[in-house]
Design a protein around this ligand. Structure first.
Ligand SMILES: C[S@@+](CC[C@H](N)C(=O)[O-])C[C@H]1O[C@@H](n2cnc3c(N)ncnc32)[C@H](O)[C@@H]1O
Ligand code: SF4
Ligand code: SF4
Length: 464
């Protein structure tokens, strides 16, 4: 118990601002008493033994009302289950050769290039619409999905026919993640007609983007993408989000995370882009492990900047990860799972196996089944995956981490090792911890001012 109690809390101190955080509930306490602050510093950072501190924490721990997420719902029958997202990995082909691509330019582990045929898509749609009550969203993925214009057309039209013939009573929403290089006018019309959410991969200013997102002849792709973005806007496609992969190249060129956020807002109208630290071998020149200290400085700067825009009542400028973590900490939204999409998102590619995520494309060991599996069998596998694998409780490193109640991460940063997951990307977790610490220190400072505290709550609930 004596050792355990320390694991239930985290303590941060910066510039006369001290905050004690109870991990299980996300309750936090400002600590004013300077003697206690010194004692906490020693207790948490130097692991000193202190009876007084222990008793205080113990009392606090006993008084906490647990606020963890509800236990997993009882397994439903698949015909009553609403599938949140079905990813279709249309092709293993790609017209770019981004230097960090985790998808192996779309090939994942496949030996030969492939493309999902209309027949495969027909079978997939038939299977999922019959086995499940509803599919909320279809996401086209790759490789590069825009190379499969006919397949995209086929899918949206197939759903329209199924609805017209009253085989289904809904139309899913559509999204696609694209490098934005080849988007024909016909494809743009489809995006517009079917109200697609487009996620464009743009890594920031041209000099950065072009150094990593290049074609086979090593030419950069920025100008083409920007041009296609303008065209899409012009014909009235509203929902265009940005995904930026942040690498050591940004740090080398002095482009901070705040710079990327402002760039996306100014040039692509996205105030909260999804800026993701590159997942790559630490030895690779693009790895942020090479510039961890500077990266951490940029993270703190970004969190401070986010709170500044929040309190100024301006449009919040941040990254999706930081904005999400602020919301989760303040609203105490907890998650046992690593990836919140696990279990309610499924992915199918050319091999017709059903995977928990497109990240696992072509991996036999992770598949939940195939189009011959029963829907209930599939759901059973998905629930087991969430309980036994996609679960921080089973990751040793998470047990020591103060963000374990709050964080959500990408399964791509974890590797399946026998029957559990092992974290392979320490940069992401260390970034989450830095962001968490910085958020808590900001909140604690803001809480000292009733007016600011109210404004923060209004802003957060407004974001909600
Ligand atoms: C694999 S691509 C597939 C879709 C499309 N070809 C594209 O680039 O948008 C999806 C996203 O993953 C990102 N990505 C690729 N490799 C990555 C890595 N090693 N770490 C983090 N994100 C990565 C890309 O930048 C892109 O935004
Ligand atoms: S465009 Fe997408 S799939 Fe192609 S190499 Fe770049 S990140 Fe990989
Ligand atoms: S930040 Fe990483 S180590 Fe910490 S709880 Fe989340 S996934 Fe686990």
């Amino acid at each position: 118990m004596r050792q355990d109690i320390r694991r239930e809390f985290a303590f941060f101190h910066k510039n006369n601002n001290s905050v004690l955080y109870h991990i299980k509930t996300s309750n936090f306490y400002r600590v004013f008493d300077s003697i206690l602050v010194e004692k906490f510093k020693k207790y948490f950072h130097e692991t000193a033994v202190d009876e007084d501190v222990f008793n205080k924490l113990y009392q606090l721990e006993k008084s906490q009302e647990e606020n963890c997420d509800v236990d997993q719902k009882a397994i439903q029958k698949s015909n009553k289950f609403v599938l949140n997202r079905l990813a279709l990995v249309l092709t293993s082909d790609c017209n770019l050769r981004c230097t960090y691509c985790y998808a192996n330019f779309g090939m994942y582990g496949y030996r030969e290039k492939n493309i999902m045929s209309e027949k495969s898509l027909e079978r997939t749609i038939d299977y999922f619409t019959k086995k499940f009550k509803k599919i909320n969203a279809i996401q086209f993925f790759g490789g590069e999905p825009t190379l499969c214009e006919n397949q995209i057309k086929y899918v949206v039209e197939k759903f329209a026919i199924l609805k017209e013939q009253k085989n289904i009573d809904y139309t899913p929403s559509y999204g696609l993640v694209t490098n934005g290089v080849r988007i024909s006018e016909q494809l743009m019309e489809i995006f517009k007609k079917y109200n697609f959410v487009i996620t464009l991969s743009v890594d920031g200013p041209r000099q950065i983007h072009d150094s990593v997102r290049r074609d086979l002849a090593k030419r950069g792709s920025f100008d083409i993408i920007k041009n296609n973005y303008e065209k899409m806007k012009k014909i009235g496609i509203e929902k265009i989000a940005i995904e930026s992969t942040y690498t050591n190249e940004h740090v080398k060129q002095g482009v901070s995370l705040v710079d990327v956020v402002n760039f996306c807002a100014d040039h692509f109208g996205d105030n909260t882009p999804h800026v993701v630290p590159v997942a790559i071998d630490e030895e690779n020149e693009l790895s942020l492990a090479k510039s961890l200290q500077q990266f951490e400085t940029y993270l703190v700067e970004l969190v401070n900047y986010t709170f500044k825009t929040l309190l100024e009542g301006r449009k919040v400028k941040s990254t999706a990860i930081v904005a999400g973590l602020i919301q989760k900490i303040i609203l105490k939204q907890h998650s046992k799972v690593i990836c919140p999409a696990g279990g309610s998102t499924l992915s199918v590619s050319n091999d017709m196996t059903i995977q928990p995520c497109f990240m696992y494309t072509s991996e036999d060991s992770t598949a939940f089944g195939n189009l011959d599996s029963s829907g209930d069998e599939l759901l059973e596998k998905a629930y087991t995956f969430n309980e036994k694998i996609n679960n921080k409780r089973h990751v040793a490193k998470c047990q020591e981490c103060f963000m374990r109640s709050i964080c959500t991460s990408c399964l791509g940063d974890f590797q399946k090792d026998d029957d559990c997951l092992k974290n392979t990307n320490q940069v992401t977790c260390s970034a989450i911890r830095i962001i968490g610490e910085s958020i808590l220190l900001n909140i604690s400072e803001i809480k000292a001012d009733e007016h600011k505290w109210k404004r923060l709550h209004c802003a957060i609930n407004g974001v909600n």
